[in-house]
Design a protein around this ligand. Structure first.
Ligand code: CA
Length: 500
């Protein structure tokens, strides 16, 4: 899709008021208007309770329809509300991408006893004691749903590991023992073997489990008409299974469902190896680029901006790169907290929205708001006081989104030739009259670049559209001019239509 934009429509601390689907339905037309072509929705099925962000999966078949775990609706609403939101998005030409959590299950219905091997947390290939019988909540019978949509019930032998023993209270990591059981091989090598992340680790190498999960994906695609998947935690799931899951779901759907996977690593070689193993069947979030943004924000003027794309997926494999600035995990206080400083966010977004490479994501917390717990009140009373602040970035994001859909076309010249002032030229194309732009940004002092845009631009006037530089610029007879940017800011220059 030409100049597509993916919108991550949630952040970690949204209120658990079951209103998000209604809000999203009301917002569909506006989202289409600002150039959003796909919305990534949070895990939309029942988690461990009403406050669950969605990653503590209890029942993949309960999209806010059954009275389970103390609620019918999820944190975001009911199934009926979700279906209205999907319809509103589709009516506005926007794809719906479902956050898909297959790695683990939480909050089982009853305990079971089975044999398990305790292993070391930092090396799951190393045993730390004798195998023994343990007890854990591995039985998922879904009393609130029964057999509706699927009769499948989960038991201990459908999982490969747990992290507690009810009998002793131990919180070690336990590898579940049984015929042919063991950690998956096609997972990240951190901690010896990173199959286990949390909760009850789903054993995708169990044929019943694999068939069940693929049956589920076919059901959700048929039932809700999702256009693709955001695959959660793939570094903890056997890559052979993830590949099969996507292949079989696409075959069943008869269309090329979109997929982007979360492989949280800043090691470019690990990311490209994963894409190869999956035969190119999924995009990946460019985690290394996020960490470059994080580092640039922390370092300030001393960061060498000419290296901003170094070791990124965007540079190495742009067709598989999904570019983002922050997300629900990297935001302040979350599990992978590495948020990009506010002063740098406009610069980071200008790069991902205006460069040719990558499929950019707008994060809800950056466009709308983040909910902040007021630290002044922590521990002083039981009522958690939250303050919802409007995002300071929405104004610049609206301008950059406008620039993306109006001007960001054609060939590109990267201007990564200075430690502070960098940017790029988009040369425009015939399909989009008046397109083409110059993006400059500086993490230090005011900067300029002497650029030659070609003789076709001789005498043309250019203007800056973020409002940082009021003076227009007229190019000389050779199409050359000196473009400028303010310090710790960005500038987006486009042709002034009034100069024709
Ligand atoms: Ca796993």
């Amino acid at each position: 899709m030409k100049n597509g934009v993916l919108f991550q429509y949630f952040e970690w601390n949204l209120p658990a008021d079951s209103q998000l689907w209604d809000q999203l339905a009301r917002d569909a037309r506006h989202l289409a208007g600002i150039g959003v072509t796909a919305v990534w929705i949070p895990p939309a099925y029942k988690g461990s309770g009403i406050n669950d962000v969605g990653y503590g999966v209890y029942d993949l078949y309960d999209f806010g329809e059954f009275d389970q775990k103390g609620c019918v609706a999820t944190k975001y609403g009911t199934r009926a509300q979700l279906e209205k939101a999907i319809a509103a998005l589709h009516d506005n030409g926007i794809q719906v991408i479902l956050d898909t959590v297959l790695n683990h299950r939480m909050n089982g219905d009853s305990p079971e006893r089975f044999m398990a091997q305790p292993v070391a947390a930092d090396n799951r290939m190393a045993n730390t004691g004798e195998p023994r019988e343990i007890e854990a909540y591995t039985s998922f019978t879904f009393p609130g749903r029964g057999d509706t949509y699927s009769p499948f019930k989960w038991h201990w032998y459908h999982f490969s590991g747990v992290d507690y023993d009810n009998l002793t209270g131990d919180t070690d990591i336990f590898r579940i023992l049984g015929d042919g059981k063991g950690w998956s091989q096609g997972v990240d090598k951190e901690n010896g073997n990173y199959d286990f992340l949390m909760g009850n680790d789903v054993d995708v190498n169990n044929p019943e489990v694999a068939d069940h999960l693929i049956g589920w994906s076919n059901w959700v695609t048929d039932t809700f008409g999702f256009d693709g998947f955001r695959m959660d935690a793939v570094k903890h799931i056997d890559n052979v299974f993830t590949r099969r899951f996507l292949e079989e779901t696409r075959r069943h759907a008869g269309k090329d469902l979109y997929a982007v996977s979360e492989y949280w690593s800043d090691d470019l070689a690990v990311l490209t190896a994963f894409i190869d193993t999956l035969g190119g069947s999924t995009d990946l979030f460019d985690v290394p680029l996020h960490f470059n943004f994080h580092q640039a924000g922390e370092t300030g003027e001393a960061y060498d901006m000419s290296h901003i794309l170094d070791n990124t997926l965007t540079a190495a494999d742009p067709l598989h790169s999904v570019t983002f600035v922050d997300n629900h995990d990297s935001q302040q206080g979350s599990s992978l907290s590495s948020d990009v400083q506010d002063w740098f966010k406009p610069l980071a977004y200008s790069l991902i929205l205006l460069m040719k490479e990558g499929y950019p994501v707008i994060f809800y917390g950056d466009y709308y708001s983040l909910t902040h717990t007021d630290p002044a009140n922590e521990g002083e009373n039981d009522e958690e006081e939250t303050v919802r602040e409007a995002s300071p970035h929405r104004r610049i994001l609206d301008i950059l989104l406008h620039a993306r859909r109006t001007y960001a076309y054609g060939d590109q010249t990267l201007l990564l030739d200075h430690p502070s002032t960098i940017g790029l030229i988009r040369h425009g194309d015939a399909e989009h009259p008046g397109s083409g732009l110059v993006l400059l940004m500086s993490n230090g002092a005011d900067g300029t670049k002497q650029l030659s845009l070609g003789e076709a631009q001789a005498g043309r006037t250019w203007k800056e559209i973020t409002g940082s530089i009021p003076e227009k610029l007229t190019l000389d007879d050779a199409g050359c001019g000196t473009f400028s940017v303010k310090g710790r800011n960005l500038a987006v220059w486009v042709m002034d239509p009034d100069s024709d």
